[in-house]
Write a protein that binds this ligand. Structure first.
Ligand code: NAP
Length: 292
């Protein structure tokens, strides 16, 4: 959305394509604590709405559509949609990332019936119940904190004996007496039936001991994978598939830029995504001036 905002302000004929809601992953969070300018934090949905309103005010055009492929062969690039085709002089790919799956027995079958990848979406279903959060990164710990507003107990299951999350986020979780930590354990399978999840089988990383944790909900936050499947192979990417750019957001294909979580980068946060978007739009503008 920031790329769109900057593109519209520079009076490019810019169209933002979005397959879900404007705000992307932000819409799956409750509150943002680390975006500068909001000392008390800011509601994630409200922030998305503000940025969207600002971009629209500057004339950004938008369309709900799914991009299924890109043809980057010519000077004019083609964007292949599920229901048609568009042409553009330049493309900024800001398609973000999606949550990884655990890949254990029961996960696929019980998704939507106790297995979830979004606490803000599903936490209210677990009022007064015991749930598990799998993962030890920023997302897992922030979502565990959110779940404590509804669940009676939140068990955080992490495969190492130390969390990965930022210290300030960890501190909040350690101080919350509704959260308990089950460390150095992995999930072997998720148990349940028609009525939903009944529990997890856990496996000790050091001793391979199996144990059962009875819970009615499992929230999986074990990292992210890039939404880059629609991007052709000529755009270089790193091993997990994040798009490689230079520091001005240019990919290996001239006229194609990338911004935000879909990029190969060190810090995936709103503040860095916003910076990427502004740089990508500025560089796209320069590319069009130089080439058309
Ligand atoms: P992440 O930082 O990659 O953490 C993933 C966690 O899941 C790690 O603790 C990892 O364990 C664990 N894990 C990975 N695969 C696993 C598996 N197969 N089984 C069990 N555990 C597994 O991912 P994230 O938390 O989704 O965060 C993604 C990015 O967004 C990060 O850059 C993060 O900083 C950022 N983010 C920032 C904020 C914020 O600033 N407030 C909020 C959310 C996300 P190991 O630690 O052992 O590798």
């Amino acid at each position: 959305m920031t790329a769109g905002l900057y593109a519209a302000r520079s009076r490019m004929n810019a169209l933002l394509l979005e397959q879900m809601g404007f705000g992307g992953q932000l819409l799956t969070y409750e509150k943002v604590d680390n975006y500068p300018g909001f000392p008390e934090g800011v509601g994630a949905f409200g922030l998305a709405e503000l940025v969207s309103a600002q971009a629209l005010k500057f004339g950004l055009k938008t369309r709900n559509a799914e991009v299924v492929g890109l043809d980057l062969g010519g000077a004019i690039k083609k964007i292949i949609l599920a229901d048609g085709e568009l042409q553009a002089r330049t493309i900024i790919i800001a398609s973000g990332a999606s949550p990884n799956k655990l890949g254990v027995k029961g996960e696929a079958e019980l998704t939507g019936r106790g297995v979830s990848y979004c606490a803000v979406c599903d936490a209210p279903f677990y009022r007064g119940q015991e749930v598990a959060v799998v993962g030890g990164g920023d997302t897992a710990i922030e979502e565990a904190l959110y779940l404590t507003k509804f669940a009676s107990r939140v068990h955080v299951i992490h495969r190492r004996d130390q969390l990965r999350a930022t210290p300030v986020i960890q501190e909040k979780a350690f101080q919350n007496d509704k959260i308990s930590f089950i460390l150095s354990k992995t999930v072997a399978d998720i148990k349940g039936g028609q009525a939903g999840v009944e529990g997890l089988t856990l496996c000790g990383v050091k001793d391979s001991q199996l144990s059962v944790l009875p819970v009615t909900g499992v929230f999986v936050f074990v990292g992210i994978r890039p939404n880059s499947a629609f991007v052709p192979a000529e755009v270089n990417r790193d091993r997990p598939g994040f798009l490689i750019t230079d520091q001005e957001m240019a990919t290996s294909v001239p006229g194609v830029f990338a911004a935000g979580d879909v990029r190969s980068k060190l810090l995936r946060q709103i503040v860095t995504a916003v910076g990427d978007g502004a740089t990508a739009a500025f560089n796209a503008f320069r590319y069009i001036e130089d080439h058309f």
